[in-house]
Design a protein around this ligand. Sequence first.
Ligand code: NAD
Ligand code: MG
Length: 390
Amino acid sequence: MKQRLTVLGSTGSIGTSTLDVVARHPDRYEVFALSAATQVDLMLAQCAQFRPRYAVMASSAHARQLADKLQQSGLPTEVLQTPDALQAIASHEEVDAVMAAIVGAAGLAPCLAAARAGKRLLLANKEALVVGGEVFMAAVREGGATLLPIDSEHSAIFQSLPEDPATWPRRVDHVLLTASGGPFRTRDPATLRDVTPAQACAHPNFSMGRKISIDSATMMNKALEVIEARWLFNLAPEQIKVVIHPQQIIHSMVQFVDASIIAQLGTPDMRVPIACGLAWPERVESGAAPLDFTQLAALTFEEADATRFPGLHLSWQALRAAPGTTAVLNAANEVAVAAFLEQRIRFDQIHALNLATLEAVEPSNPDSLDALLALDARTRARSAELMARL
Ligand code: NAD
Ligand code: MG
């Protein structure tokens, strides 16, 4: 039987890499539905290539444009425009697996729908888990979903851990997330206030979406990943460590109680964790180049400098604070990154705004999707006010 897939965020960096892997295995995967925000022409091309039953766009204007173009091209894909269209394609009874590759808290509702419907949920959209926390994990348990990490670090940890999660607490001492250090790893921290969005988006090893590129430059991406690891692997905050590894060959590691360390290695190419999630526990060809050890100059490691990357430590603080604090941190950071990309705040003000928002917003111990979305909205409003005072 072919696996029927919904790809949420199919026009993005992870979405297109997912379809690249899918296209290599027409015998194994079939696309049931695709979703995107605004890129109508790319979505049209994807519909022509993969022939999904449904496509969803974020606004009705873009949905209309797509529907017109599909009709002109004689393509049968139906454009769904209901307010809950994303949840519908994520939980449809004919869907086996959902690739969650929307960026930000916007992906939370469809992730929860897929989890509750017991799907195989391939999670790239880390913000959804950072916001959802316990509510997200409860939906996975109650729905009987299979949650497979796509973030490369978490895929590495997942591949390094024993298969039976019941054994993790007694066997695992801690996990080590590796971080590239981003484009500003060696830049004088005093000059960081004046960097531009273009400089911050110039990641050394990957071409990624703009939001995660800025998060890599501030290392807020790693902060979100620490929180993501806490939920995916049921770890205490102190069991999650971060080390900078600029070559991005070791994608992360697990240290066991006997001091043995298991790491996962490979060329930095997101098609590897994507193929791993799609095929797990099988393995399929991903399109990535294999690692040539004779061509590696060196694997180096360094500690993350707290002056240069002040946001990293907010993750452990947020995990130890009241439930809902990680949702506050995520919303503040989404507001701050969007403002930086629009050149409304400076690079160093991203952290200033995150801190100010954490201090100003009392989290509400959210226990449902509605409560999470309300906390997210309340935080965004407060961040916008605080931004005016920076
Ligand atoms: P991207 O910006 O390239 O793509 C985002 C996708 O989501 C696009 O298809 C866009 O149309 C859609 N989208 C954006 N906002 C939306 C909204 N409000 N409603 C519906 N759809 C919306 O981002 P990306 O780099 O592909 O990252 C996607 C997710 O995967 C992020 O959570 C990111 O942290 C995570 N991730 C990315 C990488 C990577 O290498 N790019 C690696 C690990 C994890
Ligand atoms: Mg990552």
